[in-house]
Design a protein around this ligand. Structure first.
Ligand code: 5GP
Ligand code: ZN
Length: 134
């Protein structure tokens, strides 16, 4: 993809703060991190999002790399935990249209963000949605 910033980062055409690289992906620090060590796992092949023909081997690999980076955050940045976040579509917060996985080191009570406000649907409402998704 000619005009894709993450294709350029992954191929080395544009420099980035790389913390990991192998034949399938790079991991780079996010330029606007939610927390120190916020890392993006970026496949070298262009896929727009999770629904764009990503094979199981690549997906499994990217999440294995997310685990490596998450573990490094705990061992080397003293994080207490980490989030693995992957946005699909602008409605879901995706701003760069090249699949990527965020790994964000977390600390007890860091308060950096809250994902959702839990709701309380009744069994009937759950059943209606379940039927559509099944
Ligand atoms: P999204 O919102 O698509 O899930 O996440 C895109 C992320 O990419 C954002 O957190 C943003 O800060 C980061 N980002 C955008 N452009 C660049 C860039 O040129 N280099 C790096 N390292 N990160 C970028
Ligand atoms: Zn791309």
């Amino acid at each position: 993809m000619d005009n894709c910033i993450f294709c350029k980062l992954a191929s080395g055409e544009i420099p980035t703060t790389k913390v990991y690289e192998d034949e399938l992906c790079i991991a780079s620090l996010d330029i606007n991190p939610a927390a120190p060590g916020h890392t993006l796992i970026i496949p070298k092949a262009h896929h727009q999002d999770l629904t764009d023909n990503m094979d199981e081997t690549l997906l499994g690999h990217l999440f294995s790399v997310a685990a490596i980076i998450g573990r490094r955050g705990k061992e080397r940045l003293n994080a207490d935990g980490f989030n693995v976040i992957q946005n699909n579509g602008t409605a879901a917060g995706q701003s760069v249209m090249h699949f990527h996985v965020h790994v964000i080191p977390r600390y007890e009570n860091d308060g950096i963000f809250e994902f959702w406000k839990p709701t309380s649907p009744d069994a009937k409402e759950l059943a209606v949605v379940a039927e559509k998704l099944s």
